[in-house]
Design a binder for this molecule. Structure first.
Ligand code: SOE
Length: 381
């Protein structure tokens, strides 16, 4: 058997996303035939005991509380940025300057101008880079993209997407801190727009092309929350909910909604695309299923097909169990690493690159600017 090239990973962060990415590195070689073998070298986090516990649990060789030490290590090939959004730019740029490959959690940055500095850094350094929009790599979502690219839907009229949650309805949920930094504008940049709509926008740009104009409305239902840092009640600076309309360059209309106030919905991420010939629909709560309607079907049998995307000739599935058996959320991260490593081997970079994520960031900026001004805004390109 040919020896694999080792690829040494430095993980910055030890929260939810660091777990999904670490799990992916540990699994990927068991299920995909790759030239590269990831080696979990070092994890970095704020609290030493927690960094040590994380290293122990996930099999990192070492741990530290200083991310610069990881970035400076000569034996690290790839830096994973899995920390709150306000640290992304500094770490990713330092990593690029040190010649490391960089994988960064979404949204890429606090805003478009900051994201641009990250794009410039990775492109100037010529280092492989990837923004972690994991939902692209759920098999049914990847298959939707394939069906669109095959032209099966015909001319697209509508793109509709939601991301609904309900975990911040209580006024007792604080802002800032380990689990709740997403509610603190300083750490997150924005609320549901950057955290959740960014996923919807990433898929929409990928599947349906550029967005040329947006018209948005946001709301902050809870105006003050206790700050974990100061211990005092402080104004809330994030958007709790956001709805926007848009126009795509291909002439279709978009309709997007995200909120953390949709009681009963924990992570209801959906999209539906209506074309002249066919429509498709997907829902994260039933992630293996792709709903497909084809008007060209014989009239009496015409109807929505519910395709369980789990067969060996459907995206990614031949790497897992046997046809018909399910995989889940965590596998999208395994696919992400598998594709990234394959991209390194073939020299064909996989998306979404930082530049792709910049386009998403510009749409988020336009959405927030439109909500603030009440005007239609064209995203930067
Ligand atoms: C927020 O609750 C969150 O964890 C997002 O940050 C993720 O990006 C999303 O995939 C699930 O929800």
């Amino acid at each position: 058997m040919k020896a694999k090239k080792e690829l040494n990973v430095g993980m910055i962060g030890y929260g939810f996303m660091a777990r999904t990415h670490s799990n992916a590195y540990r699994k990927v070689g068991n299920f995909f035939d790759l030239e590269y073998k990831p080696v979990l070298k070092s994890v970095c986090g704020l609290v030493e005991a927690e960094a040590e516990a994380f290293a122990d649990r996930w099999g990192y060789e070492s741990f530290t509380t200083d991310w610069r030490k990881v970035v400076e290590r000569k034996d690290i090939d790839i830096i994973e940025v899995c920390v709150p959004n306000n640290y992304h730019a500094e770490i990713a740029i330092a990593a690029a300057k040190a010649g490391k490959m960089v994988i960064c959690e979404k949204p890429l940055a606090l805003n478009g101008p900051q994201a641009l500095t990250m794009v410039e850094a990775v492109e100037a350094a010529g280092v492989p880079n990837l923004a972690s929009f994991n939902y692209r790599r759920i098999p049914a979502v990847t298959m939707a993209k394939q069906l669109i690219d095959q032209g099966r839907l015909g001319k697209i009229f509508h793109y509709r997407s939601n991301f609904l949650q309900d975990w911040t309805i209580s006024t007792e949920v604080p802002q800032g801190g380990m689990g709740t930094w997403r509610l603190d504008a300083k750490a997150a940049g924005s609320g549901v727009t950057g955290d959740l709509l960014a996923h919807c926008i990433d898929l929409a740009l990928w599947q349906n092309g550029p967005i040329t104009g947006v018209n948005a409305m946001t709301e902050t239902f809870v105006k003050e929350r206790k700050s974990v840092e100061s211990g005092k009640m402080e104004p809330v600076g994030i958007d709790d909910a956001c709805t926007f309309f848009c126009r795509f360059g291909n002439g279709s209309m978009g309709n997007f909604e995200s909120t953390r106030y949709a009681r009963g919905h924990k992570a209801l991420f959906t999209f539906e695309i209506n074309g002249e010939k066919a429509s498709i629909r997907w829902d994260l709560h039933d992630l293996h299923r792709l709903q497909y309607f084809d008007h060209r079907d014989e009239g009496i049998l015409r109807g929505w097909r519910s395709i369980h995307v789990s067969d060996g000739d459907q995206p990614y599935m031949k790497h897992w169990w046997v046809p018909g058996l399910a995989i889940g959320y965590e596998h999208s991260f395994v696919h992400q690493i598998a594709d990234f490593l394959e991209g390194l081997a073939t020299g064909k970079p996989v998306g979404p690159t930082f530049r792709d994520a910049l386009a998403t960031q510009y749409v988020c900026d336009a959405v927030l600017a439109s909500a603030a001004s009440g005007q239609w805004i064209s995203p930067n390109v």
